[in-house]
Design a protein. Structure first.
Length: 444
């Protein structure tokens, strides 16, 4: 078999359908109890949360995933003229792939001028922890037959935080164990501290910092006992590890084509090409930014460059993202800490307030809005928001930030009233400054 190009992949689209989409559906489900709690403040009497039915949700979720898979496979791919071979692929050389079909046991070879590796990543579980085989990851949580009444989530990244919020909202008793001082390392420090405060005030999650499981024991009744490094024991029905991901390179036989790796990842240049001409890699396997839209952008720019006659290197600056916790964190551009290092002189605009939706029923739920401005150019180089619907909000702001909008551009934009989002265009006075990398409360 001969082809002009071949992709050996679990595509970003399929990863999104199997991971991002069901996770967001779980986010929606987990937030209804919070909405119901505030109903009395709006005059609704007798509203109760009721009981969440895990099995009903999973059945509906599976139907939706099946629908989306059919859309992409039977409509998007076929209409684009893509030949899909459901098999396991491994490199046989710089221009050939061995294709092994599990169902038939047959192996054939496909040759191509270009090969794309987009197999993604896989959750990491530390093998050094006794009993780690009893732990699940973000892969398995979507398919648990029963909702765990008590769950321990291990990790401090966005996946750990999101699932801790989800399971808490769905009614599980959640313990979050993180080995560091504060979760969401790499995010803006104010956002990290604000989320910790909101989770402490408005959730039932037991936040345990500087804590790491030492041993996991499965009891006779099927429950688990998790012992941390200090000897403390937490009893639970499930433990989920979200402690990072590795590149899914096992079985790819990269050595056959001379493709270099760094650990479990494949390094690439600005055009997503590996060290071997004609062999490319995109997505999580490259260890750049592990987000579905980023993988799609990388693949699109690769196609434009290789087949569209364009010169489109990958651009990872000003990539917007959202942490689907409660509250959500939406962010684009540089954190305060990154901006000080890169630009030296910056102006920081910040406001913490209780949004109207939560103020009226007197809920102790607060939002935090923050803009980072490079002093010299007055360009907005960072926008960070913690509030309801932060992802929807920041997606629009990201366009302006990516285009190079200045603080004057924000100020000249008329706000929509009454909204929380109008705060982004009404903050007039910096909260503080940095000059030469040194923080100043005023310029007097």
């Amino acid at each position: 078999m001969c082809a002009y190009s071949i992709a050996m992949y679990i595509s970003p689209i399929s990863i999104s359908i199997l991971g991002c989409v069901p996770k967001k559906l779980m986010v929606f489900a987990s937030r209804y109890p919070g909405e119901i709690k505030e109903m009395a403040g709006y005059g609704w009497e007798g509203a109760t949360e009721g009981k969440f039915d895990w099995k009903t949700f999973l059945e509906n979720k599976n139907q939706e995933i099946t629908r989306l898979n059919n859309v992409y496979q039977n409509f998007v791919l076929k209409n684009a003229g893509v030949e899909v071979i459901e098999a396991t692929g491994s490199l046989a050389g710089p221009n050939s792939v061995n294709v092994h079909t599990t169902a038939t046991g047959e192996t054939s070879t496909v040759t191509a001028k270009n090969i794309l590796i987009a197999v993604g990543g896989w959750p990491f579980k530390p093998s050094s922890v006794p009993g780690i085989e009893h732990a699940i990851t973000s892969n398995e949580i979507f398919y648990l037959k029963e909702q765990p009444k008590r769950i321990v989530v291990v990790g401090g990244g966005f996946i750990a935080l999101e699932f801790a919020s989800i399971m808490d909202g769905l009614g599980s008793d959640v313990t979050l164990m993180y080995r560091g001082d504060l979760f969401l390392r790499g995010f803006d420090q104010d956002m990290r501290e604000h989320l910790k405060e909101e989770m402490t005030t408005n959730s039932n999650i037991d936040l345990q910092f500087n804590t790491d499981p030492k041993e996991i024991v499965k009891n006779d009744d099927g429950t688990l006992s998790v012992t941390d490094q200090d000897g403390n024991v937490v009893e639970c029905d499930a433990i989920m590890y979200a402690t990072g991901r590795k590149g899914k390179i096992d079985g790819l036989n990269l050595d056959a084509a001379g493709v270099k790796t760094e650990g479990s990842f494949i390094p690439v240049d600005d055009y997503s090409q590996t060290n071997v001409p004609g062999i490319y890699a995109v997505g999580d396997i490259t260890n750049r930014i592990a987000l579905t839209p980023v993988a799609l952008m990388e693949g699109h720019r690769l196609a434009d460059t290789v087949f569209g006659g364009m010169d489109r290197p990958v651009d990872h600056e000003y990539v917007a993202s959202t942490v689907f916790t409660t509250p959500e964190i939406g962010t684009v551009g540089y954190s305060e800490e990154e901006a000080v290092t890169k630009f030296g002189d910056i102006d920081v605009y910040k406001n913490r307030f209780r949004a109207m939706k939560h103020s009226f029923p007197k809920s102790e739920t607060y939002s935090l809005f923050k803009l980072i401005v490079e002093t010299k150019t007055q360009r907005v180089v960072g926008c960070h928001v913690a509030t309801d619907g932060a992802g929807e909000m920041v997606q629009g702001v990201a366009i302006a930030v990516k285009m190079g909008a200045t603080k004057d551009d924000f100020d000249n934009t008329i706000g929509i009233h009454p909204t929380s989002a109008e705060e982004l265009v009404t903050m007039r006075t910096p909260s503080y400054y940095y000059r030469g990398g040194e923080k100043k409360e005023s310029l007097d």
